[in-house]
Write a protein that binds this ligand. Sequence first.
Ligand code: FE2
Length: 311
Amino acid sequence: ASRSIRITAPWRSIRDRQPARESHAVNPRFLSPSQLAAYRRDGFLVLPGLVDDTRCLALRERAMELARRHVPEPAQATIFTADGRALHASDEYFLGSGEAIRCFFEQDAFDASGRLRTDAHLCLNKLGHAMHDLDPVFDSFSRTAELAAIAADIGMQAPLLLQSMYIFKQPRIGGEVICHTDHTYLWTEPPSVVGFWFAIDDATTENGCMWALPGGHRLPVKARSRLNAARTASELEVLDPAPYPAEGLVPLEAERGTLVLLHGALPHLSGPNRSDRPRHAYTLHAIDGVADYLGDNWLQRPTLKLRGFNP
Ligand code: FE2
């Protein structure tokens, strides 16, 4: 059992504020029984060809444009390290990004004197975290009948799209992401977060594809990220100091248009991109509206209403 405590007033859970429910009974089922069994057994499911190239490339174009449009001033810029810490950052820039479209840079994006090595939009780590609600191209990519059906198939009763990230994993400087679970960062009780990860470029072991631990979603989650008392920064509360198993992870290579479903308690990571090919990906994190989303999670949506997968 986690040692987390639930904070209610004055930060009510998202469910209390936004009881947006959508029926899953109206959608046809999408996954086959064997696909569902594999998801339950492994904690992930790779679905090649879910999105056609045209839509992937349109999202890619849009992400590049948003990157150019939203590049922050150097003083605001947040850099991401492999363990998810934000450096040199205005924490406010990060903590307020749950309701915004903001740019986060690679650790290697800056030279020794602190200047960007190349154009800002070419050294971004990611865009986050509300493109799916604030940009029409991301909105329509993120909300389809297929995705609604898949969410229903894996047992989500009232899915809510909480967070979107467009990850650039740039050639040569694209950083690694160490082993973690998404539930650590988007904590609900009971656990409910699911990652919907889309390959926008082909992802291989050379350019930093994801790796995951089959069956690892049955292990206890080892940490919880939560806001400090002043709500000015997030801190990692360690629940179990033993590291994740180093053996047994499998690469999730994925061609453009592949959807990878990731159970929120599944340990996963991605390597650095030292190749000369980009590895763009788009991730949506959905929670179940029937679970409690805790008020001391870093991502809060005080004004922007959460919606599900239905267009
Ligand atoms: Fe993740």
